[in-house]
Design a binder for this molecule. Structure first.
Ligand code: CO8
Length: 262
């Protein structure tokens, strides 16, 4: 895939490979604009449709995962520009429609839209250099791609209010304590750690991967009783897969499963 603002590469040692996407606007600290987000949506759709891929990793540079939406591109917008041009909504939540797991590997700044992009991913692995924040209030605006909604769900109201209202940044250790990130690793281990997590996922059967992601995400969209009901039905449905037979036979016979992803 050939993009202006992204680098893409397929890597990994598991049966299902990993589709890597590196945000690549280094001079603007990977500030997000429509062109980049259109490309990101396209790359995600290509990986999602590729049967050899089990997992996607989105990363940035050592200095910035993404320092937010492109302020230069926003500065002169009027309400009508934003509304009619479908600003933010156009392709900015493409990550949400991906059925395979998406890992954000975050080093440096993940601010504003960058933090929101990371939060749209399924799990965040952070370098010890990572800094998360929703500093939009300093620009006279508020988060516009889920920051006021996903941050409180991830870290609770107290910290979310703190970050959104004061614009202060959270370092990686605080973000891990607060539950925003899954793991924190030394910066020079970040990409290897993300690949190891992706390989662990890529060793599983795809039906269970997709169903597991769907069920966990359901926890954010439904009351507990509905979510538990949905999980039970999805759990039962996996007994219709060859992978369930293979996984349990492999366990019984003390061998590694060879999943066929069906
Ligand atoms: N937009 C455009 N350019 C940016 C951005 C940005 N968000 N952030 C940094 N840059 C540019 C700088 O202008 C600078 O360019 P130049 O060299 O041409 O002057 C270059 O990147 C390097 O930046 P700095 O010199 O400022 O680097 P520092 O190390 O001194 O500071 C900071 C790094 C702290 C990250 C600082 O750049 C900063 O505060 N950036 C802005 C952070 C911010 O306010 N982010 C929120 C933006 S609003 C937003 O995200 C709305 C979200 C809407 C939804 C999005 C959905 C996904």
């Amino acid at each position: 895939m050939d993009y202006q603002h992204l680098l893409t590469e397929v890597r990994g040692s598991a049966a299902l490979k990993t589709g890597w996407i590196t945000l690549n606007r280094p001079k603007a600290l990977n500030a997000l604009n429509d062109a980049l987000m259109d490309e990101l949506g396209d790359a995600l759709r290509v990986y999602d449709a590729d049967a050899s891929i089990g997992c996607v990793v989105i990363t940035g540079s050592e200095k910035a995962f993404a320092a937010g939406a492109d302020i230069g591109g926003m500065a002169s917008q009027t309400y009508m520009d934003a509304y009619k041009g479908d600003f933010i909504t156009r392709n900015w939540e493409a990550v949400r429609s991906v059925r395979k797991p998406v890992i954000a590997a975050v080093a440096g700044y993940a601010l504003g839209g960058g933090c929101e992009l990371a939060m749209m991913c399924d799990l965040i692995i952070a370098a010890d250099t990572a800094r998360f924040g929703q500093p939009e209030i300093k620009l006279g605006i508020i988060p516009g791609a889920g920051g006021t909604q996903r941050l409180p769900r991830a870290v609770g109201k107290a910290k979310a209010m703190d970050l959104v209202l004061t614009a202060r940044m959270m370092d990686a250790a605080e973000a891990e304590r607060a539950g925003l990130v899954s793991r924190v690793v030394p910066a020079d281990r970040l990409l290897a750690e993300a690949q190891e997590a992706a390989d662990a996922i890529g060793a599983m059967g795809l039906p269970a991967i997709l169903v597991a992601k769907e069920c966990v995400n359901r926890a954010y969209e439904s009351p507990l009783s509905d979510g538990v009901w949905f999980e039970r039905r999805m759990f039962q449905s996996l007994f219709g897969t060859e992978d369930q037979k293979e996984g349990m036979d492999a366990f019984a016979n003390k061998r590694k499963p060879v999943f066929r992803h069906r």
